[in-house]
Design a protein. Structure first.
Length: 88
C-alpha cells in the first residue's frame, strides 16, 4: 500500500482559517486523513481545473477540498464552500 504525504499550500491554510472552527476540526481530523488514505476518492475536475481533484463533504453549506496528486504527495491547494471555490 502506497504512503501518501499530504502538504497544504499557504493559500489553502488561509482558506482553512476563514472557516468556522468546527469545520476546521472536522477537516483536520476526518477529511485530510481520508484523502491521505485514498487520494483517488476525490472527483477529477475538467476545464480550467484540469489536474485537480475535488473532495466533497458537508450539507448546507457544502464544502470542497481541492488538491493535486504529485508523485507520492497530495498537495491541497484550496478549501472552501462549494459556491465560492470555483470562482477564484
Amino acid at each position: 500500500m502506497q504512503k501518501w504525504r499530504v502538504t497544504i499550500t499557504e493559500s489553502a491554510v488561509r482558506d482553512l482559517r476563514r472557516l468556522p472552527s468546527q469545520v476546521q476540526d472536522e477537516i483536520a481530523q476526518r477529511h485530510i486523513p481520508a484523502i491521505a488514505q485514498n487520494p483517488y476518492a476525490g472527483k477529477p475536475l475538467k476545464g480550467a481545473f484540469k489536474g485537480v481533484r475535488a473532495y466533497r463533504f458537508g450539507h448546507h453549506p457544502e464544502y470542497r477540498i481541492l488538491y493535486r496528486i504529485v508523485g507520492d504527495e497530495v498537495r491541497i491547494v484550496q478549501i472552501g464552500k462549494r459556491e465560492d471555490i470555483y470562482r477564484r
